[in-house]
Structure formats: C-alpha cells, structure tokens
Design a binder for this molecule. Sequence first.
Ligand code: HMG
Ligand code: MG
Length: 310
Amino acid sequence: MTLPMVVPDPGLPNRVTIYEVGPRDGLQNEPALVPTATKAEFVRRLVGAGLPVVESTSFVHPKWVPQLADAADLVDVLVADLGDAAREMPVLVPNERGLDRALEKGLRHIAIFGSATETFAQRNLNRSLDEQFAMFEPTVTRARDAGMDVRAYVSMCFGDPWEGDVAIDQVVRVGKRLFDLGASQLSLGDTIGVGTAGHVTDLLDAFNAAGLSDDVLAVHFHDTYGQALANAHAALRHGIRTFDASAGGLGGCPYAESATGNLATEDLVWLLHGLGIETGVDLDALVATSVWMAGVLGRPSPSRVVNALA
Ligand code: HMG
Ligand code: MG
C-alpha cells in the first residue's frame, strides 16, 4: 500500500496515544443491532491492528442505548478470547448501577460522561447540569476505592444543537468539576462536530489556565463539518498527546441528532505517520477492519483514507 512520505516536525512528539472508540461511540448509534460475536470480532481486529486502547462498550441503561444492551455478554466473550487484556478496556458508566455491572465483570477502567450544557444533560442523562454531578460523584468515589481508573468526558464543548454557542468558561467550569471528582483524564468532546482550530486552541489554553495541563486532556472530535482532522492537528501542536478516534469514522450520539461520525482513526493515523509520529497502528490491518465493518453495516466508510486505500 501507499504510505505518506514522512516529514517530521521537530516541535512534535515521537509518539501519541490513539484512544479507539469505534466499538462504543461507533456502534451506539447504528440503526441495526450488531450481533455480539461481530462486535467481539471488531474489538479483536482493532487490538490486532495495534490500537493501544479500545473502549469496548457502555454499561448504560439498555433501554436508552439498545445497541449496547449486550455489554455484559460482550465482555464475557472478550475475556474468553483475550483474557485479562479485555478487563483493561474502558467502558462508559454513567452511574452506580453501571459501575456495579462493570465491577461484576472485573473491569478496571471506566469513563463517566458529563455535559457542558443543561439541555444535553437532560437529554442524554435525564439529569440537570447540577444533578449530573450527584450521579457521578459516588460512582467515581466507589470506582476509585475499588482501584479503578476513571476517565471523564465532557460533551458539547464547542457548541450545542439546542443552545447554540457554549461559552469557554462554562466548558472549563464543568470539565474541571468532572475531572476533580477523581478522573485521570478529561476528554473534550465536540459532540456535534462544529468546532474549528482556533476554538480548539483557545479552549485548551483556558483549561491550562484553570490548572489542567495538556498531559491530562484528550480530544474527541466528531467530523460533521469536516474539521475533525484540522482540529486534531491544532490540538497536537498545542501539546495534546491522546486522541479519540473511531475506525472507519463510525459514530454519533443517539441523543444528539446532529452528531455524525467521529474522526476516522485511519485519517488520524495517516496524518500522524506522515509527521513521523508513532502510534503502533498497522494501517493496512486497520483499513481491512473498516472495510469488513462497512460490509457488516451495509454502507461505505466515510473515511477518506479508508476509501483511498481500500
Ligand atoms: P434514568 O431513567 O434517569 O435512570 O436514566 P434511573 O437512575 O432513574 O433508574 C431507572 C431504572 O433504570 C432503575 O431500574 C435502574 O436500576 C435502571 P428500576 O429500579 O426502575 O428497575 N438503571 C440501569 N440499568 C442498567 N444499567 C444502568 C442503569 N442505570 C439505571 N447503568 C441514565 C439515567 C443515566 C441511566 C440514562 O439516561 C442513560 O443510560 N443514559 C445514557 C445515554 C448514552 O449512553 N448516551 C451516549 C453516550 S454519551 C456520548 O456518546 C458522548 C461522548 O461520545 C463524547 C462526545 O461525543 O461528546 C462520550
Ligand atoms: Mg462521541
């Protein structure tokens, strides 16, 4: 296959971490229910392609996200296939009930997911902006007491479909409060993909000024307006070293209709490898995985790199 010519940028790191969300963010929004065995095959292939972190599923209410109602079964299959490594894969957990389900499976990494806006907190969590903290606080405390690692997401960082612009200081206030519950990392979500590069830089500056350095931040871009890769590049140049992405550009949020797919992992890998930055990812194996998944889902991947290489 063709690889990008490598032209390193001396100001950038040698290596970054890709946090793969395809099996969770990618599949939570699919109209069709994907069989558990197919999801397990997807995760196995992603691990085989070298993705260092794969968020496997969500322990949310099965009626709220029926696509991931098989979370416990999927973890069983993954543990049978991959052993203890499957227990290192993060899962979304919104509350203590979700935590109990994750603990029953012996999982070691959870991710809570808060909203920077009132409307999305209501729609996605059935809680007000303030009430979401009352739900997360005991969840994180108990998870930490059980020795788990906790990631926090904050959604609607760059705009909200109901409320419009979201002030940077509001995003920072909510994000810092979520992080301070006891998270090791805060992932900044552009849930509906409206952000642009200068906005990314300003938001990261504001988090840094509030005491959250780039080391504890990650970025999570959806690609609705085609800005996800440019935004990732802006974040990379700023100092971010963890990037969320989804194989083949799958993704969306069932509670935010204007959310489309995530930044495609392949597009991100092409950029990073061209800059001489290691990811550990075998691009051929990843593209083959996304082509296979596109066949399963019955529509082509939106990723430019997948289509160019397939
Ligand atoms: P609720 O209806 O308010 O729940 O939903 P509740 O606390 O009132 O409980 C009602 C019943 O549900 C109880 O059962 C609970 O036990 C049960 P009952 O006593 O009546 O028999 N229940 C559960 N069962 C299984 N697992 C659970 C669970 N929780 C309660 N975890 C809730 C509140 C938060 C649960 C619900 O709103 C929910 O599940 N929301 C999840 C929505 C979601 O998954 N959205 C997509 C992920 S977020 C995203 O995609 C954004 C992100 O990618 C970043 C970005 O792009 O910005 C992360
Ligand atoms: Mg998302």
